[in-house]
Write a new protein. Structure first.
Length: 265
């Protein structure tokens, strides 16, 4: 199981495409996951304001940071597809992924540590300058950054795939303190996402025919750093089989000098 970030980016790209392409045509889809709870402190009514958020610059804002920690959790619930060929294989692969958990830290310009759990297996990667270590089984192996089978010199590309590229409109906003920093919370409910879908017809969301639940929440600092993102999507595909995904991303300890990347062995 090599180059694990590539697999994650495929799933992440699908996840965000589904988030933008939510539309419940009949309103009778099954609920797969319970609603995602918002865990934050602060104040704000969350009143509808029609606010728009452009996340196109968020990747650059993250890349400019000196250091940070990050966590990503993704839960997929996809029934075995009744299709054939590539669709059947893709459905089986996504269903087998199960829960995906990633955590790590980054220190500019070339220090990274990542652990990832997928398919019930734990993988890891550490890079310090040109030196690197990777874990694909039960033990760490020393290598170099150029020779490593992993492609994770910086987590920035991963975040760029997790974040929507379109301008999102119709959010309810509130001021909240999340992950130790002051943020603006942009909350997009099912109705606002459906409106977005109507304005972006190319985001057809063909895999989902009935959507029972759709929420997208983003917490941005004044500098445009997305310190938290949550997304929940549940519904059925064209064959009436359940499909669901829950995603949460957190960025913490921004520019903290306490982050130290050390060799694992």
């Amino acid at each position: 199981m090599r180059r694990f970030p590539a697999i994650l980016l495929v799933v992440a790209g699908l996840t965000m495409a589904l988030a933008v392409a939510c539309g419940d045509k009949n309103g009778d889809g099954d609920k797969i996951f319970p609603p995602q709870a918002t865990t934050s402190s602060g104040s704000g009514s969350g009143a509808a304001s029609g606010s728009a958020v452009d996340l196109s610059k968020a990747t650059s804002a993250i890349d400019a940071l000196q250091s940070f920690r990050f966590e990503i959790a993704m839960k997929l619930d996809i029934s075995a597809t009744s299709g054939s060929g590539g669709d059947a294989f893709a459905g089986a692969l996504l269903g087998a992924l199960g829960d995906i958990k990633i955590k790590g830290a980054y220190v500019r310009p070339d220090q990274t540590e990542v652990t990832m759990t997928m398919f019930g297996q734990e993988m890891g990667y550490v890079q310090i300058g040109t030196k690197a270590w990777e874990k694909t089984g039960g033990s760490w192996q020393a290598t170099t950054a150029s020779d490593s089978g992993f492609d994770f010199s910086s987590p920035t590309e991963m975040f760029s795939d997790l974040l929507p590229t379109d301008v999102l409109k119709g959010a309810k906003t509130s001021k909240e303190k999340v992950n130790g920093v002051n943020t603006t919370h942009y909350a997009f409910d099912k109705k606002s996402i459906e409106k977005l879908l109507a304005e972006v017809p190319d985001a057809s969301g063909a895999d989902f025919k009935d959507i029972s639940e759709a929420n997208l929440d983003v917490w941005l600092t004044d500098e445009g750093i997305p310190v938290r993102l949550q997304m929940v999507l549940n519904g059925k595909d064209a064959q009436g089989q359940k499909m669901g995904v829950r995603l949460e991303m957190n960025i913490t300890d921004i520019n903290s000098s306490s982050i130290k990347i050390k060799p694992p062995i």
